[in-house]
Design a protein around this ligand. Sequence first.
Ligand code: BYC
Length: 478
Amino acid sequence: MTTAADYSEKIPNNVSLHEDRRLQRALESWQPNFLSWWDAMGPALPTRDVYLRTAVHVGRDGWARFGFVPMRDYRWGIFLAERAPGRMIAFGEHKGEPAWDKVPGEYRADLRRLIVVQGDTEPASVEQQRNLGATAPSLYDLRNLFQVNVEEGRHLWAMVYLLQAYFGRDGREEAEALLHRSSGSLESPRILGAFNEETPDWLSFYMFTYFTDRDGKYQLGTLKESAFDPLSRTCEFMLKEEAHHMMVGTTGIDRVVERTAQVMAENDTDDVTGHGAIPLTVIQKYMNFHYSVSLDLFGGETSTNVANYYTAGLKGRWLEERRRDDHKLASDSIMVDTVTEDARTGEQSIGQAEVSALTGLNTDLRREYIADCRSGVTRWNRILASAGLPQRLYLPHVAFNRRVGAFTGIEAAPDGKKLSAGEWDRRKSEWLPTDVDKTYVRSLMQPVHERGKIAAWIAPPRNGINNKPFDYDYVHLS
Ligand code: BYC
């Protein structure tokens, strides 16, 4: 095992692919299908080349190089973080045993399922973002979109490698299926809800990279704890790339809020539509939507699947090794959000219930995620405060607009008050983007593909990429 990538091969890798001819052939025969998928479903805007970061190494420093690359020639490679010699399983019933280099037969189906679900999200997001290039607010943003897209493509490779290397024929079939399902398709949709939603405009793109990519960060963080060492090391390296995607979302929303705040302060009005900015109320509605569909990605508040994954050592907790408990949790409990019913009146309300810590692990992870999401809201509110504005953005209640888990059957307002179905129907347009809001946002999405220029609805970034200035020619269109 070497850490440097072997670029003399068709598929750059640090997994000594040349030593396993069968696997190499399997991956090389998947590669043209990947490229056909990329041509059909990847970025639609024609470009000559793009200033991209390419992973070349898995060490701490110098793991990527920057340069102009025609996107189709991007070197999608297979990289696993360096092996931690003598790594032990940190949790579950195998705690203290050596980590696994192979898939134990009894966990094969569950591990395959986790890898397939993770793998399915990667091409899905590329599909969702396919048409955004046509309306990019600047060349800097266009480059960031493409960077995110090629890296999601690499993350698909990462999961396909695991499927093909460790799951034999079913793995190869699953690898093909990852290219056949498609986001929003009626016949064969992507597996998780949020990945079948549209990303039709750049406000949605920033919200997606803030809220939905952040679910990725947390899920990858739990899979990085896995007893199955190749999965753990793959996820560790993916998290490195993922940090840039978080930055795109966080600073993207910063810049939208900053521009709106500027227009509000300059014109002493909340109605910024006449000035080509996005009203705070619309930003809030987009947040409400993307946050709630991303909360769904954590699965049910209680789940026997997750309890089994944990006990088996397949999927740990966020920062497992920093937790101060026995890492088995067999006799622990946790309070989870739930719908409670008054025994006398039968009236339902939103409350909490105590369940075993193992079945509550999706809730545990969702709470870590929620705390992280709050840090963005604090940033955006700081921008509003420093513009001298009294308005504030917020995260809606965990029960708001949920379609998976404990709140599937009820409706709740952003403040957590339970609503009747009728009241929800009457009021949901106050909280979720309406057709009018979406049409307005789309009307602002006029492309700015000129070097150094930026659309009027967003502030320029504070820094460029890799020490280049904002007005660098990040993308050469064809
Ligand atoms: N939509 O037992 P439950 C990323 C299914 S994002 C549709 O509560 P569990 C990225 C569930 O599969 C990170 N179906 O669920 C971001 C189960 O079905 P089965 C992606 C859903 O298993 C941006 C049933 O409902 N990675 O990387 O505890 C750009 C019962 O559910 C949904 C992962 O998710 C949903 N939202 O937890 C690019 C990690 N939620 O088994 C990339 C791998 C649940 O009864 N996946 N269901 O047929 C997992 O860890 C788990 O499968 C889940 C679900 C957390 C997703």
